[in-house]
Ligand binder design. Structure first.
Ligand code: SAM
Length: 304
C-alpha cells in the first residue's frame, strides 16, 4: 500500500475513473482507493507534489462521478454545494431552484430549445431582470434568440399574454454572420460555423406562436436593428457570441433604454469571450457606466 502513496499513482486511478470499464462496484473501489491515496499524500506531506494537471484531473474525475455534490473543494467540511453546473459551484442559498414558478419557466425553456443547457442560475438572473423590466415602461428586446430558451422561460415566468408588452426577437436563426465577426475573434477561431448553429427559424416561429405581441426579426445584426419599431426599451438581452453585433445593438438601443432599463449580457465573462467583454466595457465606459460581472459569466447593467 505504501507504494500507492505517490502522486504518480493518482494518474492511474484517475484514468480508470474517467474510463470506467468494470462494474459499478469496481468504480466504487477506485473511488475508495483515490480517497485513500489523497489522504495518504496529505498526512505524509506529499500532497503538494501533485501537479496542477493532476489536481484538475482528480477534481474532474470526482465531478464526473457525481462526488462534488457531496464533497466539493469550495465547500467547508460537512457543507454540500447547493449549485454545481455551467461552470459555477456554490454553497450559497439556491432555493430558487425549487420554486414552482422558476421550475415551470425553466421547463418552458427546455421545451423551446429541445434540450437542457443546464444553466439554471443564468436563467434565474434572466427572470429577475425580466421581472424588474416588466415594472418599467417600454419594450423587450433580445438579440441572439436561437430556439428561444431564455426568452420563452421569461415569457412563461411573466405570464406574458397578461402583460400587454411587445417583445422583439432578433436573430439570423442560422448562426453567426462572417461579416460581423471581429478580426480578434477570427484569430481565436471564431467563424460562421462556430457553435454549430443550424437553421431554426420555423422552430422558433412555432415555439413563440402561443405568445402575443412577439416579433421575430430575421437577419444579421446590425443590418436589422432599424426594423425594431420601438422608441422605448426596458429590457435588452444580448447573446450572439461575437462582439460587433453586440456592440452595434448596445450602441443602437442606448438612447432608447428607459431609466432603470436592464441590459443583460450573456457570456460576458465566459472563457473565450474576452473580446466581447472588453468591447462591451468600452461602450459602457464611454457612457459613464460600468458592467457588473456576475459569477454566472453574465454581465449586468442598469441604465442610469
Ligand atoms: C447563444 S445563441 C442564443 C441563445 C438564446 N439566447 C437562448 O436563450 O436559447 C446565439 C445566437 O446568436 C445568433 N447570431 C450570431 N450572430 C448574429 C448576428 N450578427 N445577427 C443576428 N444573430 C446572430 C445565432 O444565430 C444564434 O442563434
Amino acid at each position: 500500500m505504501a507504494q500507492e502513496l505517490t502522486p504518480a499513482a493518482a494518474d492511474t486511478i484517475v484514468v480508470s475513473l474517467l474510463n470506467p470499464s468494470g462494474a459499478p462496484a469496481g468504480a466504487a473501489h477506485l473511488v475508495a482507493k483515490l480517497d485513500h491515496l489523497v489522504h495518504g499524500l496529505r498526512v505524509s506531506g506529499h500532497l503538494s507534489e501533485l501537479s496542477a494537471d493532476q489536481v484538475k484531473n482528480i477534481i474532474w474525475a470526482l465531478h464526473d462521478a457525481g462526488h462534488l455534490r457531496s464533497a466539493s473543494p469550495v465547500a467547508p467540511e460537512g457543507v454540500s454545494p447547493t449549485y454545481d453546473q455551467d461552470g459555477l459551484i456554490s454553497i450559497h442559498n439556491a432555493d430558487f431552484l425549487e420554486e414552482p414558478r422558476f421550475v415551470a419557466a425553466y421547463a418552458r425553456g427546455i421545451a423551446a430549445a429541445g434540450c437542457d443547457y443546464n444553466f439554471r442560475w443564468r436563467v434565474h438572473v434572466g427572470l429577475w431582470a425580466a421581472s424588474h423590466a416588466s415594472k418599467l415602461a417600454g419594450d423587450f428586446v433580445e438579440c441572439g434568440v436561437n430556439r428561444g430558451f431564455m426568452s420563452s422561460a421569461m415569457m412563461q415566468y411573466l405570464d406574458w399574454n397578461q402583460l400587454s408588452r411587445r417583445f422583439f426577437l432578433l436573430d439570423t436563426f442560422r448562426g453567426l454572420d462572417e461579416r460581423f465577426i471581429a478580426d480578434e475573434e477570427k484569430a481565436i477561431g471564431r467563424s460562421a460555423a462556430s457553435f454549430g448553429y443550424a437553421e431554426c427559424f420555423e422552430e422558433a416561429r412555432k415555439n413563440f406562436a402561443e405568445f402575443h405581441n412577439v416579433f421575430l426579426i430575421r437577419g444579421p445584426i446590425p443590418l436589422t436593428l432599424p426594423d425594431v419599431d420601438s422608441e422605448q426599451v426596458c429590457y435588452l438581452h444580448l447573446d450572439m457570441n461575437c462582439a460587433p453585433p453586440e456592440v452595434a445593438a448596445l450602441e443602437y438601443f442606448w438612447e432608447k433604454l428607459v431609466p432603470g432599463a436592464v441590459v443583460l449580457l450573456d457570456d460576458y465573462g465566459a472563457p473565450g469571450h474576452g473580446f466581447q467583454k472588453t468591447s462591451m466595457d468600452r461602450v459602457a465606459r464611454e457612457r459613464g457606466q460600468q458592467i457588473l460581472t456576475l459569477p454566472t459569466c453574465q454581465g449586468l447593467l442598469i441604465k442610469e
